[in-house]
Ligand binder design. Structure first.
Ligand SMILES: Cc1ncc(COP(=O)(O)O)c(C=O)c1O
Length: 427
């Protein structure tokens, strides 16, 4: 048996033994490509289409305005309680609302006004750009004395925990990091950094966008203060689906968010003229919730809860182990290097492979010649091909086929026919 056939039969055997294999059929395959981009936009669950039909026809179509009294008003909290079960939060600590960047703004402003006398924010240069922009905007808005310090990375892959220790001091109001990094997939030590922040009297805010639904998180066990995240990646909530925010129970009444909308007020339907914030997590709401967008999140969320985050993580680790075996054997000799940590505990569910011709290779993967498999990864400047493993629907065979196609493109230099950056690839 050739080495390739051996890898193929290993993939087929692992698929046969996969306890989560049946979930694969619960996603639409209108495009039969090998989809390795679920870390950016998850596939569409079949159930979501049916559920949205129901929400549109029965809830909106028939219930009309009464829909608000028949579940829409509670939707943010109800979905939040389901997300809470994936990230170790308690009921009443998570709300689904707004965009991730907007939630970051609300929570950072709330933390800064609570931390009187402290004006320093610490983040790092590998954080997602939108997070850094929001922080820069806040510093600009608040003006004199406020300061953002970004920890540097030595290798572009990870942030050394010791560098967080050296950066923090008694003036620090807030630390904010992404839990799983968008480019390298590096996973931060949430428990260690959270307790370090608290030792210095600082608050901590975690961005869970690349963790929720793929990497187990225990906000409660870590005693994390604040968190945000999106729902369109591993949670398969659909393009631009509503994000979430977490505020630990004991902080909810102490923190004041900066956008005083009516739905965050104590009694929106009194239509009073003076704002008084709600006494619980709902004070972090702003305006009318986007019911259709939020409804799309629920079927996929239920699938993840049913599959179980532990089983999903186990499969993701086995799958990325298989991918790395193929990388070592096939791609490292062709000039690829690893842009992610090798040890599974320090890595989320995507793997970045670096190559000087990464953009051309990505283009060739997406636009294959007749008869070749179409494989969808994404490209991150300057030289990263990100391969996202969504354990809920990716098979081991997807990984075999995707990696084989990358090898073929690199060996044949097919990328020379596909020059140029991919301009519209979203995070
Ligand atoms: C880690 C991370 N944080 C924040 C964002 C921004 O999210 P949004 O567009 O919902 O504001 C993204 C977007 O993909 C992200 O990956």
């Amino acid at each position: 048996m050739s080495a390739d056939s051996q890898y193929l039969s290993t993939a087929e055997e692992l698929d046969r033994q996969d306890p989560l294999a049946s979930y694969r059929d619960q996603f639409t395959k209108s495009d039969p490509c090998i989809y390795l981009d679920g870390n950016s936009l998850g596939r569409l669950p079949i159930q979501t289409r049916d559920w949205l039909d129901e929400v549109i026809d029965r809830q909106w179509g028939k219930s009309l305005i009464h829909g608000w009294n028949e579940g829409w008003m509670e939707l943010s909290a109800r979905l939040g309680d389901k997300i809470a079960r994936l990230v170790g939060a308690r009921p009443g600590e998570i709300l689904v609302c707004d965009a991730t960047s907007v939630n970051l703004y609300k929570l950072v402003m709330a933390a800064l006004s609570y931390q009187t006398g402290r004006q320093r924010i610490i983040s790092d240069e590998l954080n997602f750009p939108s997070d850094l922009y929001v922080l820069q905007g806040i510093i600009d808005q608040l003006g004199s004395g406020y300061k953002l310090d970004l920890i540097k990375s030595r290798d572009g892959i990870r942030i050394d925990p010791d560098s967080v220790k050296s950066a923090i001091d008694e003036e620090t109001a807030l630390l904010t990091f992404t839990h799983t990094y968008f480019k390298s997939s590096y996973v931060q030590d949430m428990a260690g950094i959270t307790s370090l922040a608290h030792e210095y009297g600082a608050m901590i805010l975690w961005d869970l966008s690349h963790s929720v639904g793929s990497v187990p998180v225990d906000l409660h066990a870590c005693n994390a203060d604040l968190a945000i995240g999106c729902t369109y990646k591993y949670l398969n909530g659909g393009p631009g689906s509503t994000a979430f925010l977490y505020v630990r129970k004991d902080l909810q009444e102490k923190l004041q968010q900066p956008i005083w909308g009516w739905l965050g007020s104590k009694d929106p339907f009194q239509f009073g003229t003076a704002y008084e914030p709600a006494g619980d997590i709902s004070r972090f709401l702003v305006g009318t919730p986007p019911v259709l967008s939020m409804s799309a999140i629920e079927p996929a969320l239920d699938l993840h809860l049913e599959a179980g985050i532990t089983a999903l993580r186990e499969k993701s680790i086995r799958q990325s182990g298989f991918l790395l075996e193929l990388y070592d054997d096939w791609l490292a000799p062709l000039g690829f290097t690893l842009g992610s940590p090798r040890e599974p505990a320090s890595r989320g569910s995507h793997i970045a492979l670096r190559h000087p011709e990464a953009s051309g290779i990505t283009r060739a993967m997406i636009n294959p010649p007749e008869g070749k498999d179409r494989v969808i990864p994404d490209f991150r400047t300057p030289d990263n091909i990100r391969l996202g493993i969504a354990p809920v629907y990716n098979s081991y065979r997807d990984i075999f086929t995707g990696m084989k196609r990358i090898r073929e493109i690199a060996e044949s230099e097919e990328y020379l026919k596909n020059p140029g950056f991919i301009m519209n690839s979203r995070e």
